[in-house]
Design a protein around this ligand. Structure first.
Ligand SMILES: [Zn+2]
Length: 385
């Protein structure tokens, strides 16, 4: 039986939902994490933990709470993010928690304040029992919904042997790999000319259209035919397109911003080369045209390594609470786990069932928050003993 009561879960997550922590990276004027981190600090004030508030930029903060063990044991870090996306689609309801049956509705209920709550419940549980050998670190980080300045900062100084990144998913899944992604600009350069001078003009927009048509075919043929779709079809879509100056002039430049994925084992250079090959084909068809690819943001894929002990502890706990082991799976999305693992810390991702992430009526399953907390308490106890 769980010692965590449903009312306690509803109370904490509801309090967190009420505190606006929209990442200003996505939404201008977003409040950032300072207020919610103040709440976390107050919530652990009665616990024997060391609290550090890392200010990364003004108003952008990580909350780190460390429960020291008796010594000689490993260090486990639970990482969840304190920021949320914006809520323009449901301005009146987003910050007003609402319970219906097993569902708790509200902005961040699952992504990721429900997960912050799970990490805090695990911390409180372990703090209220005899000390284990190892240390437990709870990191509620900034800006995961932006460009992850929180976890980027965290890993520069974190010493940990294991990490669990908590993001909404569903039991009995544990994520051990996922795609990387990049934001790329494809820039096509033509030659400006008067509309009545086709012999001098080179139409950059037509060139870009050719590139995009071929890229779309590449997407269908190669990404769509991924033989082992553990992490889903490789991401590809366009995002922004700009180009040209006026109706009467051959456009000298056209740019498309795309999002594109990488599977574990691939790098963004693989994608850049594929696109460069396509540009070269089009340039051959349209003399005078040129083009290049600019990487605006690049995030490596996540492929767990060294997680055997972590998974054994989680599976032991899952047998107790679910009557079965967890399924090790991939994911068609990106999480801070890639940064944690890249810093050398064996990492897995897991989280409670929820829905409507990044959209109105986001919800989390209250009973899964309880189940996952129970599993993490047992797994952490096993790891840190
Ligand atoms: Zn999230």
């Amino acid at each position: 039986m769980s010692t965590l009561r449903r009312e306690v879960v509803i109370d904490l997550i509801s309090d967190l939902i009420r505190i606006d922590s929209v990442t200003p990276w996505l939404v201008e004027g977003g409040k950032g994490e300072a207020a919610v981190v103040n709440y976390f600090t107050a919530w652990v004030a009665d616990l024997p933990v060391e609290v550090e508030v890392q200010e990364i930029e003004p108003g952008r903060v990580n909350f780190i709470a460390t429960l020291r063990g008796t010594g000689g044991g490993p260090v486990l870090c639970l990482n969840a993010h304190a920021d949320t996306v914006g809520y323009a689609g449901w301005p009146l309801e987003a910050l007003v928690p609402r319970v219906e049956g097993d569902r708790l509705y509200g902005l961040g209920s699952s992504d990721d304040k429900g997960c912050c709550a799970i990490a805090l419940f695990v911390l409180r549980h372990l703090a209220n029992q005899p000390r284990l050998r190892g240390d437990l670190i709870v990191a509620c980080v900034a800006d995961e919904e932006g460009i992850s300045i929180g976890t980027e900062h965290l890993v520069t100084q974190l010493r940990a042997d294991y990490a669990m990144v908590l993001e909404p998913d569903a039991l009995p899944r544990v994520i051990v790999e996922h795609q990387g992604f990049g934001w790329l600009d494809i820039v096509i350069i033509g030659r400006a000319a008067h509309g009545s001078a086709p012999e001098t003009g080179v139409d950059a927009i037509i060139g870009l259209a050719e590139v995009l048509t071929r890229l779309r075919q590449w997407d269908l043929k190669h990404f769509g035919a991924l033989p082992e779709p553990r992490n889903g079809k490789t991401v590809f879509h366009t995002g922004i397109v700009t180009g040209g100056t006026d109706y009467a002039t051959y456009p000298s430049q056209a740019t498309v911003g795309i999002e594109i994925g990488t599977q574990p084992g691939e790098t963004m250079n693989d994608r850049v080369r594929e696109i460069e090959d396509i540009i070269a084909e089009v340039v051959e068809l349209m003399p005078g045209l040129s083009g290049d690819v600019r990487v605006r943001l690049e995030r490596e894929p996540f492929l767990g390594a060294g997680q055997e002990k972590l998974l054994a502890s989680l599976n032991g706990a899952a047998r107790t609470h679910l009557g079965r082991e967890l399924d090790s799976v991939g994911l068609n999305a990106w999480t801070d786990a890639a940064l944690m693992q890249a810093s050398g810390i064996p990492t897995v991702v897991l989280g409670p069932l929820g829905g409507n992430f990044h959209s109105p009526n986001e919800w989390v399953s209250i009973s899964e928050v309880v189940s996952l907390t129970d599993i993490l308490v047992d797994a952490a106890t096993d790891l840190l003993s």
